[in-house]
Write a protein that binds this ligand. Structure first.
Ligand SMILES: C[S@@+](CC[C@H](N)C(=O)[O-])C[C@H]1O[C@@H](n2cnc3c(N)ncnc32)[C@H](O)[C@@H]1O
Length: 306
């Protein structure tokens, strides 16, 4: 996808760009290479990721600035940086490979270290807290965001009875084993992925408040774009994100027909903010998937400020 990202950002040699999810800096490096007089603001809520990005981008000297924040804080970040409008914003949702593969972060189903799952290690809420201290009803609400309601209910009940009978669930691997034992039908149906995968994702989404973040990130990003030219590119990796981004971008393109009901009644209140360039999101090429199977679930969405 990197070539498609650059093409849809329509990089200008002297443009100003924001990488809302800089991670270890792969996309930012390409942006700074393609914009030889340009500048970049990089945001990540993970300090370890920012350190990797800092090292990777060091050769670009003063052309980039990094912020340890959530991307929903974009407006304040731009104010602090003294930037009014930007030529492009990239959001690449979810986890980086470094986060996923580090057992100490507790994201992977085979991690035998603490059930953490925080992208930002300075925040308080962890996976341990969600799994061991949320009420059964609250846990059900978290799980049903991703899985079917019936299965979410069953799993919430089972997790609560497990922790009451056997004590707290301490590691992600332990949680994955408990889920797999209950959700054995999915495994029997011959699915390739681990049966705990979607449920672990639901807990990670809760810990990191990912749905609200993405919604406000899209609002902030489209407000910051230079009218008429600024581009937004979003890479999504999971079904709930593909749908959310499509709905939000449609609403930003057609606020009178797709916005929330209260705003639809407010005649003429909102003007279209973007032109949605990819009403059908773009998929990775076959070749790309062959080289890197992890990219198969990725979708690219692009919009231009009007
Ligand atoms: C898929 S990785 C990005 C990889 C990056 N595009 C690259 O090319 O190296 C996603 C990154 O976004 C960060 N992230 C996720 N949600 C965030 C949020 N709401 N605010 C700031 N950073 C976030 C994660 O910590 C992670 O480092």
């Amino acid at each position: 996808m990197p070539e498609k990202v650059l093409a849809h950002l329509d990089i200008r040699a002297d443009g100003t760009y924001v990488d809302m999810t800089i991670g270890p800096g792969g996309h930012s490096e390409l942006i700074l290479e393609s914009a030889p007089q340009g500048s970049l603001i990089g945001i990540d809520r993970d300090e370890q990721a920012l350190e990797l990005a800092r090292q990777r981008l060091a050769r670009f000297g003063g052309r980039f600035r990094l912020f340890h924040r959530r991307y929903s804080q974009l407006r304040a970040i731009l104010e602090e940086a003294g930037v009014d409008e930007v030529d492009g914003v990239l959001i690449d949702t979810g986890l980086s490979r470094d986060q996923m593969l580090d057992p100490a972060r507790g994201f992977s189903f085979d991690s035998r270290e603490a059930l953490d799952m925080r992208m930002d290690q300075s925040q308080e809420l962890t996976g341990y807290e969600v799994v061991n201290n949320y009420s059964e009803e609250k846990l059900y609400q978290v799980l049903r965001r991703i899985g079917s309601g019936r299965e979410a209910r069953k799993l919430a009940t089972w997790i609560v009875s497990f922790r009451e009978g056997s004590g707290p669930i301490r590691t992600t691997a332990q949680l994955a084993e408990i889920i797999a034992a209950q959700m054995a039908t999915a495994a029997r149906r011959g699915k390739k992925r681990h049966p705990a995968t979607p449920w672990l994702m639901a807990i990670r989404i809760e810990v990191n408040d990912e749905i609200d973040e993405l919604q406000s990130g899209l609002q902030m990003a489209t407000q910051a774009l230079r009218p008429g030219v600024g581009r937004l590119v979003v890479l999504t990796w999971a079904g709930h994100e593909h749908g959310l981004v499509r709905r939000e971008l449609r609403a930003l393109q057609n606020p009178r027909t797709s916005g929330p009901p209260a705003l639809l009644l407010d005649k003429g209140h909102r003007k279209p903010r973007v032109k949605y360039l990819t009403p059908r999101p773009l998929y990775p090429d076959e070749d790309e998937i062959r080289r890197n199977p992890a990219v198969r679930t990725c979708r690219l969405h692009a919009a231009q400020a009007v």
